[in-house]
Design a protein around this ligand. Structure first.
Ligand code: FAD
Length: 274
């Protein structure tokens, strides 16, 4: 339970963090809330030689309305997203789900950027951003680039950030109103999802995303197409396990998770008034 030794650097700005990452390459890791990285380091599943602490950067802690979108700084804590008037009004599904992550301590330390950059398909917030059709802004030595949420997660704990890039902002389209649903199966309230489902109605239609049903957060495209063609919640949800690859573990078999996905997607769609 004691991490391997590492050097600790504290960045005073995003620009300084990028320089530090460039200097140390693959040996360096950013530290935001530390609620995913530090447990991995204690188990020695991650052994970065250098930690670049960005946790105190105020410039990445904000929520702003920008036209049809809401822009959220990567270091915004789950608690602040859950309680942001802007998010509650403009993307209530995101506010609700942020309020369900872990326990109060996790929500006061953990950041939306850390949750998404960590690349764990069992995390809740990446699936919400996916269902909403959001995007991520990465900043590196050559400037900023925007990555669609559906292109961001590549594989198990692998995301499309370069070693010298910082995830600086999360953008979601406005999706006000009560036409969304979220379902998460856990053994204890503060746990990660055994399986989870998000449904959210946007201007593009109904987005549906699955939590912990494969190596990356998944968009349930077969369900979305069925809904777009006029299927009701029960009929569309029968397609929820298509193209999923959930792991089998002590929480359930592949078949069990696929069954649960169909049940949770139906409930989420019903909550979203499909
Ligand atoms: P860190 O741990 O600091 O970093 C995680 C990874 O992301 C690291 O690799 C780091 O280098 C990288 N990173 C961080 N910020 C950036 C950035 N801006 N740019 C690029 N890379 C970055 N999550 C859920 O979704 N649902 C749950 O129910 C849940 N329950 C939890 C229960 C417990 C007891 C704990 C400890 C955690 C739980 N979590 C849960 C995880 C929690 O949400 C974490 O806070 C989150 O996954 C990671 O955010 P962080 O800011 O702590 O990131």
């Amino acid at each position: 339970m004691i991490p391997a030794s590492f050097d600790y650097l504290r960045a005073g700005s995003v620009a300084e963090a990028i320089t530090m990452l460039s200097d140390h390459g693959e040996d360096a890791k950013l530290l935001a809330g530390g609620h995913s990285l530090l447990p991995l380091m204690k188990f020695r599943l991650a052994t970065p030689a250098v930690l670049v602490d960005i946790g105190q950067l105020r410039e990445l802690n904000y929520v702003r309305g920008e036209g049809g979108q809401i822009a959220i700084g990567a270091l915004t804590r789950h608690h602040d997203i859950a309680n942001s008037p802007e998010v509650r009004a403009g993307a209530p599904v995101l506010a609700h789900v942020a309020g369900q992550v872990g326990d109060p301590q996790v929500r006061h330390r953990g950041t939306i950027g850390g949750s998404i950059a960590h690349g764990d398909s069992a995390s809740d917030l990446p699936a919400v951003v996916l269902a909403l059709g959001g995007s991520l802004i990465a900043e590196g030595p050559s400037g900023r680039r925007e990555i669609a949420a559906h292109d961001f997660h590549l594989s198990f704990f692998e995301v499309s950030l370069e070693p010298d890039e910082v995830l600086v902002e999360v953008r979601v389209p406005r999706a006000p109103g009560d036409r969304w649903g979220f379902e998460k199966l856990t053994k204890r309230a503060q746990d990660w999802a055994i399986v989870g489902a998000v449904a959210a109605r946007t201007e593009e239609g109904v987005g549906v995303a699955l939590i912990n049903m494969g190596p990356v957060p998944l968009r349930a495209t077969a369900v979305e197409s069925a809904v777009a063609s006029g299927a009701g919640a029960a009929e569309a949800a029968q397609l929820a396990a298509e193209n999923t690859e959930p792991a089998a573990d002590f929480n359930g078999s592949v078949e069990y998770r696929q069954h649960v996905a169909r049940v949770l997607v139906r409930r989420a769609l019903e909550q979203a008034s499909v």
